[in-house]
Design a protein around this ligand. Structure first.
Ligand SMILES: C[S@@+](CC[C@H](N)C(=O)[O-])C[C@H]1O[C@@H](n2cnc3c(N)ncnc32)[C@H](O)[C@@H]1O
Length: 281
């Protein structure tokens, strides 16, 4: 059946995805929206995108599917190696000196299919193997229910693990086990310290937990500046006073209002923590 998305219907889908997720879609992305929704419209036996629009606007359950279809979930293990080297070689060794008896808590916000949370799990487990007193717990969240199911399954293959195998072959062998058909899963000691749940970055997180490390990478780019500021207001009270905030390689907080201060490109701390550190030093 030939389906085509009108400009008017496209802009209604764009408004809806914005209301549901904060994601802004450019006015030139009509074919992207058309392509992402086509199969769903056909599988529900609708004759037009307009009929589907009405359905999705009036059915909350369908909005979950709509969000799953409209989010961009690109990710892979150890994306942006510089950040992982910093966490492994600088952040964790300093953190354990200051918190010898505490369990490290980390939040991978906008975790997609979980590669980021699992990469952190590998680094933390490797650190734990060298420092018996070190322990950790990692929360991964995403707005997409489909992604959270993949996080919980935790099975990875192909491009997702390519860079991991090449750049960290020893850790790959030690911490990933082959399950079937080139599919790998992290060892159970890592998996037992990972938890995943759905969450919209514009809402407060349900738990009272405060995190020593928050990764919010490659998601702010989908939001307009004023919405990036709103998300950072949600994040701010969730980061421990001496915690580390990590953003994505094509993001910067330089031009937006926030209470975070850059330590190095992509790495931030609370402004107050930085001031206290420089007074002490
Ligand atoms: C490109 S992926 C980033 C994955 C990973 N952080 C990385 O850097 O590789 C962006 C993720 O943000 C999620 N996302 C988009 N809007 C969101 C929102 N309002 N709340 C939570 N997650 C959101 C999408 O579902 C998607 O999985």
């Amino acid at each position: 059946m030939s389906l085509s998305l009108s400009e008017k219907c496209f802009s209604e889908f764009v408004n809806l995805i914005y209301q549901l997720t904060g994601i802004t879609i450019g006015s030139n992305r009509i074919s992207l929206v058309e392509g992402r929704l086509r199969r769903r419209v056909l599988s529900l036996h609708y004759q037009s995108y307009e009929e589907y629009l009405e359905y999705v606007c009036t059915h909350k359950n369908e909005q979950v599917e709509f969000i799953n279809l409209m989010t961009t979930n690109e990710t892979y293990f150890f994306r942006t190696p510089r950040v992982w080297d910093y966490i492994e070689k600088i952040f964790l060794p300093q953190w354990i000196l200051q918190h010898p008896d505490k369990k490290l808590t980390a939040w991978s916000a906008a975790a997609s299919s979980g590669e980021e949370a699992h990469s952190l799990g590998v680094i933390c487990q490797s650190f734990r193997d060298q420092n018996q007193k070190f322990n950790y717990q990692i929360l991964g969240t995403d707005i997409s229910t489909e992604m959270i199911e993949l996080c919980q399954k935790g099975e990875y293959s192909g491009r997702s693990i390519e860079a991991f195998k090449k750049t960290r072959p020893e850790q790959f062998l030690k911490y990933m086990k082959s399950i079937s058909n080139a599919q790998f899963q992290a060892h159970s000691d890592i998996r037992s310290r990972l938890k995943f749940q759905t969450h919209n970055l514009f809402s407060p997180l349900s738990s009272n937990e405060v995190f020593d490390l928050i990764l919010i990478r490659n998601v702010l780019i989908y939001f307009k500046t004023s919405d990036q500021e709103k998300v950072l207001e949600v994040i701010q009270p969730k980061l421990a006073h001496d915690g580390l905030l990590v953003i994505g390689e094509s993001e910067s907080l330089s031009y937006i209002k926030s209470s975070f201060k850059s330590i190095e490109p992509l790495l931030y701390c609370h402004k107050q923590a930085e001031e206290m550190g420089s007074k002490a030093g």
